[in-house]
Design a protein around this ligand. Structure first.
Ligand SMILES: *Cc1c(COP(=O)(O)O)cnc(C)c1O
Length: 422
């Protein structure tokens, strides 16, 4: 593999080109299990690197503050139409720069500083932007948090209801970053209605599963859907806000001019392509395979003696609880990295350890499924994870090197989308 697939970059800035080339090798050779990551297609990569980059386009299609928008308007209108069709919503805004600013726009649209907002606690699997203290959303608003039950690892909807009726939050967020189970949008909708709250489904992690019919859709239940475009949806780094017609104006106004300036048109183009890809039958098959492989991987890990939060998974994500093992999450994650298996360490609900040194490891199947690995490969993946965690406990670097060679060998047979052949 060489940097020559970016010839201009190589000649202008060989140092930077070498970093990109090294990242291509890393992404090709490793088994990437971080559940929020993926491989975009070559088409999405191309669309996101176009001259659309050169245009300023404050405003919305047909209502811009700059001239020369003939083509940009068509790009953005196409992305919007595709989002509406794929997710079954009245309105879509494809301009948010990423998931966090998209969520901030929701606050701006519906709440005032100091208002109460409710989301899942970060250490329970929620996201920073759902009112957690260290986030602007938790310091400018009064964040109250719900969690999961200690005995089941599942959301206790009765407890959420009780809390919502006591707090009467302006906003309720459902969704998160470490939730291995199906979200009951209808249950949240009933609670939000009773409490008089705006309900936001933050489906950043599961948008691709929803698009592919492998997770129920929130479209008929919630006021606003917030999502990133770069996780299971397999688009460029970006985000979308979707809603019914009644909230369209408030959402658009909050994104621009409320929070952002010009949209990133090259990203909008990449989103349009990703939405087109996600509407194909092959993507439906992809989404279902992601879930099937995650279930198979969970079953194989349980067989190896691992504890999994909630006992398994319904979606793309598995949270391994290492509390009962000799190795905490960070040490396990770093050992897995040396073995060519890329994961992230993560808190588990009721974690006895600190967030920067927690007890869990979070894994998922979106990336490996994009490379064509399937259910039958999950026992070997579980075996690698088990051997690597054992090796980490014993400080056995040789064992990690052996696993790394096996991983590199298998991955060479599954070329990654968007990457040159290794
Ligand atoms: C990833 C994620 C976000 C934030 O997205 P960024 O693009 O990293 O800002 C927000 N909410 C949830 C649930 C996420 O998983």
């Amino acid at each position: 593999m060489s940097a020559s697939r970016h010839p201009a970059l190589l000649s202008t800035d060989p140092e930077l080109a070498s970093f990109v080339a090294a990242e291509e090798v890393l992404q090709a050779q490793t088994l990437r299990l971080i559940p929020s990551e993926n491989y975009v297609s070559a088409a999405v990569l191309e669309a996101s690197g176009t001259v659309l980059q050169n245009k300023y386009s404050e405003g919305y299609p047909g209502r811009r503050y700059y001239e020369g928008q003939q083509n940009i308007d068509r790009v953005e209108a196409l992305a919007i139409e595709r989002a509406k069709g794929l997710f079954g919503v009245d309105h879509a805004n494809v301009q948010p720069y990423s998931g966090s600013p998209a969520n901030l726009a929701v606050y701006l649209a519906f709440a005032k500083p100091g208002d109460t907002v409710m989301g899942m606690a970060l250490p329970m699997g929620g996201h920073l932007t759902h009112g957690w203290g260290v986030s602007a959303t938790g310091s400018w608003f009064r964040g109250v948090q719900y969690g999961v039950r200690a005995d089941t690892g599942l959301i206790d909807y009765d407890a959420v209801r009780e809390q919502a009726l006591a707090e009467r939050p302006k906003l309720i967020f459902c969704g998160g970053t470490a939730l291995p189970r199906t979200i009951d949008f209808a249950a949240f909708a009933e609670i939000a209605k009773e409490a008089g709250s705006i309900l936001v489904a933050d489906v950043a992690h599961i948008a691709g599963l929803i698009a592919g019919g492998a997770h129920p859709s929130p479209a008929d239940h919630v006021d606003v859907i917030s999502t990133t475009t770069h996780k299971t949806l397999r688009g460029p780094r970006g985000a979308m806000l979707m809603c019914r017609e009644e909230h369209a104006k408030a959402i658009d106004k909050a994104v621009f001019p409320g929070l952002q300036g010009g949209p990133h048109n090259q990203t909008t183009a990449g989103i349009a392509v990703a939405l087109h890809e996600a509407a194909q039958p092959s993507f439906t098959a992809y989404a279902h395979q992601v879930v099937a492989s995650a279930k198979a991987l969970a079953a194989a890990l349980l067989q190896k003696g691992f504890d999994l939060v909630s006992g398994g998974t319904d979606n793309h994500l598995i949270l391994i609880d290492l509390t009962g093992k000799d190795v905490p999450g960070k040490i396990a994650a770093k050992a897995l990295d040396r073995a060519g298996i890329v994961v992230n360490y993560n808190t588990v609900p009721f974690d006895p350890r600190k967030p920067f040194d927690p007890s869990g490891v979070r894994i998922g199947t979106p990336s490996l499924t994009s490379r064509g690995l399937s259910t039958e490969h999950m026992p070997v993946v579980a075996d690698w994870i088990s051997r690597a965690v054992d090796a980490a406990a014993k400080g056995d670097e040789q064992a990690l090197a052996v696993i790394r060679a096996e991983v590199t060998d298998l991955m060479a047979a599954f070329p990654a989308p968007g990457l040159p052949l290794s």
